[in-house]
Design a protein around this ligand. Sequence first.
Ligand SMILES: Nc1ncnc2c1ncn2[C@@H]1O[C@H](COP(=O)(O)OP(=O)(O)OP(=O)(O)O)[C@@H](O)[C@H]1O
Length: 282
Amino acid sequence: MAEPAEPQPRETVVSPHPYATQLREKRLAAEANGRARRDTLLYLDGVTKSFDGFKAINNLSLVIEKGEMRAIIGPNGAGKTTMMDIITGKTRPDKGEVFFNGDVDLTRHDEAAIANMGIGRKFQKPTVFESHTIEDNIRLSLSGPRSVLEALVHRKDEPERARIEEILETIRLTAKRKTLAANLSHGQKQWLEIGMLLAQDPELLLVDEPVAGMTDAETEETARLLREIATTRSVVVVEHDMGFVRELGVKVTCLHEGSVLSEGTLDKVSADPKVIEVYLGR
Ligand SMILES: Nc1ncnc2c1ncn2[C@@H]1O[C@H](COP(=O)(O)OP(=O)(O)OP(=O)(O)O)[C@@H](O)[C@H]1O
């Protein structure tokens, strides 16, 4: 007769403490989030900024890929400028994530540090050195920590000269290199300022209403110029001129009341009834 089988020890199954499960889920979500943003150039998620209780930016999420050019449109007061202010460190968000190049938390840096990281901003009104030539304006922007006098005296540096030539070509001002900036048209001053930003070699260029006040020919040329620039770096352009946005031929984001109202091709966004109601139909 066979011996009765020895009783086997029962496997004990310990279910994790609910708090541990919660922590694990949180960690997995954070990892997935990190993976999602790792390859992005600019990553905004759940960003909110209030002024005196009014939400200028309201739970805004927006992603710009590396090498992308994006057009931002939207009615007055939609939060476009505030969004740029948050990206460049001029304004701190109350809530939300703002990351550059995947893992640089821009909310922890000030304006100067963010500019040094490679985010250049062009405001609507051009600010060039009026009493200097175009060439010297660019040279001064290239010069970094050197003094103005040093920058203007040490002109013989070959790589620097090549870089100036390249920028002059890009901004269509080679023939006017010796002209004083004061004597340029409004459109040409805008191009010069774009050139001065390029001299700092930004990875991301934020451009606020570049074609306001430009002639039709200058506007068309600006679209070409920005498309060329966007072959080597990312560009975010805020603009109201829909003809110009069409010429850029890029993905469009329409902001409204501090969040994304619509996003996609210009055809898709401009056919969106919500966009027509709050912006284009006005
Ligand atoms: N420093 C501030 N203090 C108080 N309110 C502000 C401040 N900055 C912006 N706002 C408000 O936040 C809202 C968003 O403004 P913002 O300038 O970002 O809009 P915008 O989309 O750039 O508009 P526009 O197309 O007219 O430039 C507006 O209602 C504005 O009055």
